[in-house]
Design a protein. Sequence first.
Lengths: 99, 738
Amino acid sequence: MPTLYYLYLSFALFFIGTAGVLLRRNALIVLMAIELQLNAGNLALLAFSRSLGDLKGHVFAFFVIALAAAEAAVGLAILVGMYRTRQTINLDEVATMKR
Amino acid sequence: MSFSLRLIPLLPFAGATVLLLFGRAFSRQWVHLIACLAIGTAFLVSADAFFTALPAAHESGGLHDIVWAWFASGDLKVDLAFRMDALSGVMCLIITFIGTLIHIYSAGYMSHEKDYARFFAYLNLFCGAMLILVLGDSLPVMFVGWEGVGLCSYLLIGFWYGQTANANAGKKAFITNRIGDFGFLLGMFLLFSATNTLDMPGINAAAKAGAAGLTEISWMGQPVAFWAALFLFVGAAGKSAQIPLYVWLPDAMAGPTPVSALIHAATMVTAGVYMVARLGALYLLSPAAMAIVALVGAATAIFAAIIGFAQNDFKKVLAYSTVSQLGFMFAGVGTGAFGSGVFHLYTHAFFKAGLFLCAGSVMHAMSGSGDITKMGGLGRKIPWTHRVFFVCWLAICGVPIFSGFFSKDAIVAGAFATHVFGESLSWVGPVVGTVLLLAALCTSFYMSRLYFLVFSGECRADHETQHHIHESPIEMVGPLVVLAVGAGLGGLIGFPGGLFGHEEWNLLGHWLEPVVGPELHIPHAVEVTVMAASTAVAFVGIFLARAFFGGGYREPAHQFARSMPGFVALVRDKFRVDELYNFFIVRPLRFVSRGLFVIVDRIVIDKAMVEVPAAIVGVFGRAARWFQAGDAQRYLATFAIGVAAIFYLATRPPAPDAFKVTIQGTAVDVDARGVAGTAGRTLLYDFDFEADGTVDRKGSSPTAHFVYEGTGTYVIRVTIKDPRWGTSTRLEQKVRIQ
């Protein structure tokens, strides 16, 4: 299969992820959407890696997976903390950065 | 010859500075000690300069002191420089001597006032500004003093600024003076353009030599000298209270009485006379300007004297008498008798300061009231004030031997004997002389009215006030007595010795000769006739006033008032000049200002220039607020948009600011190669040679060749595309095909 198809898929995933991050109000879903963006990036890395015959892309993908795990852990911890203090994980209700 | 002339104005300025900065911390004794010492020392320095240093320096144009180069621009070089010759020396002596007496007097007069230090600081400042004015060696330096006295008059007239009337009087003085100052500035500019210098000696030298720039006919058939002299005279009329700008002076009575004395005698109002005398050579160049000065002076002299007939406020009478006496001085300098004008300035300084300080003393005794209809019989109760007033009264009336007689006589005789007007204007001299004699009669009459109403007969004040009448303290009476001596005997300094074949008896004329030229030669017959006439009018005025007012209001006075009620009311209302100005100048000005306020200020500035931009910014602000909602997702969205925009800009094909076009006949060669960053990338170029939307050449070559069908101006449009990213850049360039 041509590399381009993988890239189309990667682009679609990243777009969906971005839309999810920007539009969803549930913090949990937003975390999931970020996960989707990261994986779209992974897919692009792998596709290029294969088409160029260079393993560095695979290595980067592993790094990204590790990073994503750490991000999920920290993000979920923040979510739990947020829920404890505010009884909600709706992002519209925690818009306190303006103050 | 050099002498530290700078000390003379510097001393009062130093006093003013110290008092303004620290005066509140000092006790009253220290305040008036500092102020009196400052001006008194200035007098001693002036006297030292005048009597010891100046006689040796007459040949070299007097003492000269350059403090520093003030500014230089092109041909214009102005030093902060002072010059004392006989004229400015005499002025300095008058200012500092009378000033010192007024300072001492004020220590008594103002002793119950708040703001003691502020008052003395202003007094010092006033004297300092006036000293700069007379000592300034060039017109700009003089102008600094000129403005300085204007400012100080404003500060002092409005000294009791708590009452609106006083504050308004201060403003009136300032604004009226500004009108005059504008004339002064115009005259100064004109003089510079004509003579290329602003130094007094330079201007006078140019005028004496009849410099072409001054004598050429320039406008409306008159030479530049006429216009310069006229504009400067407008300035002088403002400062010295001549028709039509005299209106501020009577209102200046709102200030404390010592201030009136200072303004009327030693400083400020004499500035105009001094300036005309200073630039005498310039005025002599233009008989027409001289005639205007003399006629305005004479008209003011009689006009103000008539107003003086019916004023019932002590200080108002004196104020109009000052206006009138200044008219005498201008008539003097206007007829070329500069020495006589300055002589009258000098004698007037003494007797008018004396009169005003007496007024202060009388008002002090009368619990602050200056209404002469409520006075009378004060001669016995305040004997020293009475004696001083008596001497000053005889002086201003022009009774022989007293100072006013000599100076007034010199002016009137000069007016009859002058030759400065030439053939066509020869009528001016006799007319001015006759008017002045009439004005002298009026002066004698209204001053005698004042004297009789205040000092003779029975007291018309209420019992309470009568009970409090008392002589003033020594620090007030002392200066009064000194002034009385000056007013009585001071005229001898300008004794018309020519009458007895001893020209050298005229000390003042002798002093002033190097500056203003020799005294006018007055034929024996004219001199004697004028003397007899002015003696006669002085006594006629006094006896007439005695018939009307001796010992209080008499039947003839009432009869006169009954027979011409309209005229009397008109005179009492000062010929309603203020109302006239109000109607023709103030009201239209207010109307225009109001219109400007409503249209320009409210609509153009407030609405169009303030509120509309504010609303526009507000709209943007409300839009921008959406991004600042504190919502992380919105921040992210803007971030994403920004990233996309940067990506687009970064991937646009690079292109030169302008591409290269080579024209040969109707053929053009275009090279639209980018400057950098195209390596390894294939770009597509669309050439549209007529910018009509039709692509004439396309492909990956950055160059193209095209032949136009005809001549004309065309716009070549090139669109460069990057096929990888789909971005593009468009460029246009205009070519002319001939």
